[in-house]
Design a protein around this ligand. Structure first.
Ligand SMILES: Cc1ncc(COP(=O)(O)O)c(C=O)c1O
Length: 386
């Protein structure tokens, strides 16, 4: 751990807890008030007219700016070392607003690594508006080879959320800058604590707040962070016109999640390492996918980009029929069966289909439960497989 890492950690901890809070403006309240209001009023028409000349910088209507949401946005921008953040009603709200704002008819998007399913589906829909996409691997040579004259955006997931694939952020960002192409990353897996893509030259970092940042499986939200120029444009167009708005109450829950994010991420990391160690002892496990096991150039990227490891992993078993995967997952008692991840609870799913199609992966979201409990649960499930 370097001095810079320590500084980063202390600064992040302050941002998650105290930064931007201004308690004195709210009667000294320790928890920020939830500004549950759709609109804001003005003492005179002159003041209203003045404010409307710069509506995006003032509290006018909660589809635009709201003080509770703004506190969250300021913290997210600071955590990502960006100039500005805009929060959205969901991660997909953020991703679609970003794409609808920045892409034009005739543009091509290059997807690096396996994108989250609905992100890919969104791009399929955008074909109706003359926007095309293709996919490539994560090293610079593959990305360079896949670029087209009309490529406008390189969209990365690193680590991705099924196979936990990594990408060379520095290399791709430098290549894109030389070619005048925008870069965006879904940074949800790592959280802004464990990866700061903007510091590697990526233009926009996107999150679903529904995972680790919320942390308690009780909210859906999203965010885009980057330069003031780009995020203000996404605010003006994609956010305001598509209307995927984060409610003040959900912003409050995300702020509450942020308070404990550093502590929770340390525990997710400790738990995932223990689970991986256990999986590695199981003769039926044929592969484990997690960035801490990266080899070759991916290991170099992990070392350079990741300051820690989140709790989402996937693995493969011998003879991965639907029946065997179901036998394993159904035998789990502590792990619940459900989509999403990043909450306090451990989850298991597989996309394997009854007819044997679909990925032969079992995905585990490792929560915050006691390690003994988790390992005991997995042990039982492996026993059921025999
Ligand atoms: C990696 C990733 N990105 C984006 C999303 C979309 O976020 P939301 O569900 O908040 O729209 C998800 C949701 O599961 C996800 O896993």
């Amino acid at each position: 751990m370097t001095a810079t890492d320590d500084n980063d950690r202390a600064r992040d901890s302050e941002i998650c807890t105290h930064a931007f809070e201004e308690h004195e403006r709210h009667q000294g309240a320790m928890a920020p008030p939830i500004y549950q209001t759709s609109l804001f009023t003005f003492p005179t028409l002159e003041r209203f007219t003045e404010v409307m000349r710069d509506e995006r910088s003032h509290f006018v209507y909660s589809r635009g700016l709201n003080p509770t949401v703004k506190l969250l946005e300021d913290k997210l921008a600071a955590l990502e070392r960006g100039e500005m953040a805009k929060a959205f009603g969901s991660g997909m709200g953020a991703i679609s607003a970003m794409m609808m704002t920045l892409l034009n008819h005739g543009d091509h998007v290059l997807l690096v690594n396996q994108a989250y399913g609905p992100t890919r589906q969104l791009l399929e829909q955008l074909a109706r508006f003359g926007i095309t996409f293709s996919e490539t691997g994560a090293d610079c040579a593959s990305v360079e080879g896949a670029l087209r004259p009309e490529t406008r955006l390189i969209y990365i997931e690193s680590p991705s959320s099924m196979l936990m694939q990594l990408a060379d952020l520095d290399g791709i960002a430098a290549l894109a800058k030389r070619r005048g192409i925008l870069t965006a990353i879904d940074n949800t897996w790592a959280t802004p604590l464990f990866q700061k893509p903007l510091t590697h030259g990526i233009d926009l970092s996107l999150h679903t707040l529904s995972k680790y940042i919320g942390g308690h499986s009780d909210l859906v939200g999203g965010a885009v962070i980057g330069s003031r120029e780009l995020v203000a444009k996404i605010f003006e167009h994609g956010h305001q016109l598509l209307g995927s708005v984060l409610s003040p109450h959900n912003a409050f829950l995300a702020l509450r999640g942020l308070r404990t994010l550093p502590v929770r991420m340390r525990q997710h990391q400790a738990n995932v390492f223990a689970v991986i160690q256990h999986l590695a002892t199981q003769p039926t496990v044929t592969a484990i996918h997690h960035p801490c096991l990266a080899t070759g150039e991916a290991a170099v990227w992990a070392e350079r980009q990741l300051k820690g490891h989140a709790g989402l992993l996937s693995f493969e078993i011998q003879e991965p029929t639907y029946e065997r995967i179901a036998c394993f997952i159904n035998a789990l008692r502590i792990f619940c069966i459900g989509v999403s991840w990043g909450g306090y609870e451990s989850l298991a799913i597989s996309q394997r289909q009854l007819d044997g199609s679909g990925p032969a992966l079992i995905r585990l979201a490792i929560g915050l439960e006691d390690q003994e409990l988790l390992i005991g649960d997995l042990e039982n499930a492996f026993r059921a497989l025999k």
